[in-house]
Unconditional design. Structure first.
Length: 132
C-alpha cells in the first residue's frame, strides 16, 4: 500500500472538507484571493511540486455550459488567485457562478487532487468604463 503525500494525510486525517467562501464580484474589476493552507497544527502545508487552479462555472457539473479558469499560482506557501476583467466581463449580473480552488500533484503515477476552497460568485454591474 503506497502512502499518500503528507498533504493528503494531513487533509484527510483532520476530516477537512473544502472551505466555503461566497462573494460579490463587481463585473469589470480585478478580484484577488490569497489562500494560506495550513496543517492541523497551524504550520504551512508544503506546496512543493503542486500546481493550482481556480475554475469558475455557471453550474455545478462536470460539463458546465460555461466555464473559465482564473489566474492561480503557488507563491511560496500561499496560493494567489485573481479574476481578471477579461474573465469577469463574461459573468452576467444577477446570476450565480460557482468556483473551486484546487491543488494537484502526481506521485508515483497517481494524481492527487484536493479542493481547498469552493463557493458562489454573485456578479454585480457597477458604473465604470470596463462595463460598457
Amino acid at each position: 500500500l503506497k502512502q499518500m503525500p503528507e498533504l493528503a494525510r494531513a487533509w484527510y486525517n483532520c476530516g477537512m472538507s473544502p472551505a466555503r467562501y461566497d462573494f460579490k464580484y463587481y463585473v469589470g474589476d480585478t478580484k484577488d484571493l490569497v489562500l494560506y493552507p495550513k496543517n492541523s497544527d497551524g504550520t504551512p502545508y508544503d506546496l512543493s511540486d503542486y500546481v493550482t487552479s481556480m475554475v469558475i462555472a455557471d453550474e455545478l457539473s462536470m460539463s458546465p455550459a460555461w466555464s473559465a479558469e482564473a489566474q492561480a499560482s503557488i507563491v511560496g506557501q500561499t496560493i494567489e488567485c485573481s479574476i481578471q476583467p477579461n474573465i469577469g466581463n463574461q459573468l452576467i449580473s444577477k446570476s450565480r457562478y460557482y468556483y473551486d480552488v484546487q491543488i494537484s500533484k502526481t506521485v508515483g503515477g497517481k494524481e492527487y487532487v484536493f479542493t481547498l476552497v469552493k463557493g458562489i460568485i454573485t456578479p454585480e454591474i457597477g458604473v465604470n468604463k470596463s462595463n460598457g
